[in-house]
Design a protein around this ligand. Structure first.
Ligand code: NOJ
Length: 471
């Protein structure tokens, strides 16, 4: 079970979910800072104002990560700390903060793995149309260049975007993320295309600087499997994967859109405006993209919808990953199956689906380097006699690391695993009710940090390079 020495054992966070200090040291407000103030959008009205105060406690947090033996820390930069208005003047305090975080990691030999966009868009850009406005593409590329120029001497791993399908899908179909628009497929596809263009242009800008690091992007990886092998459900799974995987991965890895999806978008009038220079950038950047990051939590089980149905009104509760929803186009629905295991939030637990899914990706995209940039268990951790006994998380991560190893042994090129999350943090929609971390944060006692059972366990995994994992 031993992982090779060049495989990163890591863990991840995102700026909005940990930092807090949303208006400190010149930081501008973001789409999220505003969105969460709308009543009913988040569980108990939680906001990122304080989160877990990582902005002030990053030294303590990184020290704990180092004690756990973490080899790499994936965190995101908040664009509005660097450019409070999204464009224009740089905020030196923002640069200083991330310089400090990077240097703190390096002090312990922790490799910083930096996400440039983990959903928090500077508010002025959102007000001007956000990802529907093509100016946002240029603004992103300028911001990305500033990050490469200031941090690229020490950061050699950049992720442009995190989970396009979620911030666009929740933003323009489910209405559960900013800008809170519901059921608008044309806007949804337009936003995704603008993001792929921004990614491509950022990759080209990065390579032009010759910093000799790597750049890629992180997608949700939720492979669809048919509920049985009937023709109609097999078709449903193919359709789901075309829209959920190929639409997202093809432009990044192949430099073009999947014909199947394009055909349908053209037919039903939801094809985005795609300018020639944008398509040329997407084509040119694909071979320069170094890796793909996969955020794997669960596969989906799908069945073809054959009867007329009434779509559920999208809400916070039914947009957060649990099965039951029809696809936006009414072709299939996700199904909860009796013979599968689920988390408290109704997410399927399936390390087997992970192995099969990774194989599927290899079949589609060949030897591309992959990092598992997120994987973990959201749970309400039991506290017994003051100790956080998160045994279900240990079992979950054990089984998924074993799955990764199986995939590697079968020839899939996976180079690292980042547990979500390094420390308990603010869930975008579920507040603090749902925990993911190795480090507990006590919200009743000054946000004091405490090591969970999983902290000691992961330490041992890293120490033995996986030899203590069990099948
Ligand atoms: C993926 C997102 O990147 C992260 O921000 C979120 O907290 C986790 N999924 C868990 O839902």
């Amino acid at each position: 079970m031993k992982f090779s020495n060049d495989f990163f054992f890591g863990a991840a966070t995102a700026a909005y979910q940990v930092e807090g200090a949303i208006q400190e040291d010149g930081k501008g407000l973001t789409n999220w800072d505003e969105f969460v103030t709308i009543p009913g959008k988040t569980f108990e009205g939680t906001t990122g104002e304080i989160a877990v105060d990582h902005y002030h406690r990053y030294k303590e947090d990184i020290k704990l990560m180092a004690e756990m033996g973490l080899e790499s820390y994936r965190f995101s930069i908040s664009w509005a700390r660097i450019f409070p208005e999204g464009t224009g003047d740089i905020n030196p305090k923002g640069i200083e903060f991330y310089n400090n975080v990077i240097d703190e990691c390096l002090k312990y030999g922790i490799v910083p793995f930096v996400t440039l966009y983990h959903w928090d868009l500077p508010l002025p850009l959102e007000k001007e149309g956000g990802w529907l406005n093509k100016n946002t593409i240029d603004a992103f590329v300028s911001y990305a260049k500033v990050c490469f120029e200031h941090f690229g001497d020490r950061v050699k791993h950049f992720i442009t975007f995190n989970e396009t399908v979620i911030f666009c899908g929740h933003g323009y179909l489910a209405g559960a993320h900013p800008p809170g628009i519901k059921n608008d497929p044309a806007k949804y596809f337009q936003a995704t295309h603008n993001v792929f263009t921004a990614h491509a242009k950022a990759v080209l800008a990065y390579k032009a600087l010759k910093q000799y690091g790597e750049i890629g992007l992180s997608h949700v990886f939720s492979p669809a499997f048919a509920v049985d092998d009937s023709k109609e459900h097999t078709f449903a799974a193919m359709h789901a994967n075309q829209f959920g995987i190929n639409w997202y991965y093809d432009p990044v890895l192949k430099g073009e859109y999947p014909e199947y999806v394009m055909g349908l978008l053209l037919k039903n009038g939801t094809c985005p405006v795609m300018l020639d220079d944008e398509l040329a950038s997407i084509k040119q950047a694909a071979p320069l993209n170094d890796f793909i990051g996969l955020n794997y939590y669960q596969p989906i089980r799908v069945e073809k919808i054959t009867e007329p149905f009434e779509a559920l009104e999208p809400t916070r509760e039914n947009s957060t990953g649990a099965p039951g929803n029809p696809s936006f186009d009414g072709v299939y629905r996700t199904v909860k199956m009796n013979d599968k295991r689920y988390t408290k939030w109704g997410w399927e637990i399936s390390p087997e689906g992970f192995v099969d899914g990774l194989q599927l990706l290899k079949d589609y995209y060949g030897d591309i380097r992959m990092y598992i940039t997120e994987n973990g268990l959201g749970d309400e951790d039991p506290i017994i006699e003051g100790e956080v006994c998160d045994i279900p998380r240990i079992n979950f991560i054990n089984d998924h690391l074993v799955a990764v190893k199986k995939a590697i042994d079968a020839g899939v090129n996976v180079k690292g695993y980042y547990a979500w999350s390094a420390i308990d943090l603010l869930s975008w929609l579920n507040g603090y009710k749902k925990q993911y971390g190795f480090i507990y944060v006590d919200h009743n006692n000054d946000l004091v940090r405490k090591k969970k059972a999983s902290f000691h366990w992961y330490q041992e995994v890293i120490n033995t390079r996986g030899e203590n994992l069990h099948n």
